[in-house]
Ligand binder design. Structure first.
Ligand code: GUN
Length: 285
């Protein structure tokens, strides 16, 4: 029976660390500030944005929300990003995705000043991660690494398998595991005999977006299993990409959904906003 990794507890530790550093920065007259842009009225996005605002309040940041109507034009959105790039009290800019279909998310991401790109989605930041010389780590993969560290398991030399190859999670996740000297494999929808591959993993990260996709027979005995999924099961109940009940009997550590990776993502966003404020004010460390 696995130990359950408590994402809420690890997340709280990160936020306390950020809050303490923020108190110290404020003594120097610096207040980290996050601008969050949301376009349209997608209910899930609204919940995420509200949670981001709450987290800012909790750690002592200044935050500003820009709730734009669904019919906002690309030009209006681009203009807002450019204005925020020039505002000193805004350390970080986040444009909540997905955007309504008529808007181009790449265009917006490319306009965000890389030093204010707290999602680490801008190609400059993505490239920096690739060569291991970065200011910001993408929030969800960085949160996953914190959770793995919390187990005390050493990543170096371990076989890590990432299920999913998205730009937001799968690809950067593989890179962060590689930076810590894991032997890394990405598997995806075109992988031949995916279960054969996942069974070799000492560390398995599931980011597929399919409810209970990973079953016990796909997992190596004693593996560390991290579930990035956020799905609804057949009864409408929140669940991950991993069949928690079955897999927990076989692995050594596992993250629950909810209460695993989810709380970490916003904490890492707070960490990145703090880092952005420090860089913009020439504060080292
Ligand atoms: N939508 C879902 N996850 C994210 C995220 O991490 N950042 C942004 N900007 N939008 C998202």
């Amino acid at each position: 029976m696995a130990q359950i990794i408590d994402g809420k507890a690890v997340s709280k530790q990160v936020r306390e660390r950020v809050a303490e550093e923020t108190r110290q920065l404020k003594e120097k007259g610096i207040v980290p500030g996050l601008a969050v842009i949301i376009v349209g009225d997608d209910p899930a996005s609204q919940v995420y944005v509200r949670n981001k605002e709450r987290a800012c309040e909790e750690v002592g940041f200044y935050s500003e929300k820009f709730a734009l109507p669904a019919e906002t034009t690309q030009q209006q959105l681009n203009d807002l990003v450019c204005e925020l790039n020039g505002r000193k009290e805004i350390s970080g800019i986040l444009c909540q995705l997905p955007l309504p279909k008529h808007l181009n998310d790449k265009e917006v991401i490319n306009l965000i000043d890389p030093i204010k790109d707290v999602d680490a989605f801008h190609p400059v930041n993505v490239g920096a991660i690739m060569i291991g010389d970065y200011n910001f780590l993408p929030c969800t993969p960085a949160g996953v690494m914190e959770l793995i560290h919390s187990t005390g398991v050493d990543v170096a030399g371990k076989k890590a398998v990432v299920i999913g190859r998205s730009n937001i999670v799968g690809k950067p996740q593989a890179m962060l595991l590689l930076h810590e000297n894991a032997t890394v494999e990405i598997v995806h929808s075109k992988t031949v005999d995916l279960a054969q591959e996942t069974k070799t993993a000492d560390i398995l990260v599931a980011a597929v977006g399919k409810a209970k996709f990973v079953t016990a027979d796909m997992v190596k005995e004693g593996a560390v299993v991290i579930d990035v999924g956020m799905n609804r099961d057949e009864n409408g109940k929140l669940c991950g990409d991993v069949d928690f009940e079955g897999v927990k009997e076989k692995c050594s550590y596992i993250t629950p959904v909810p209460g695993g990776v989810g709380p970490m993502t916003i904490s890492m966003l707070m960490q990145n906003t703090l880092t952005a404020a420090k860089i913009q004010n020439n504060i080292k460390g």
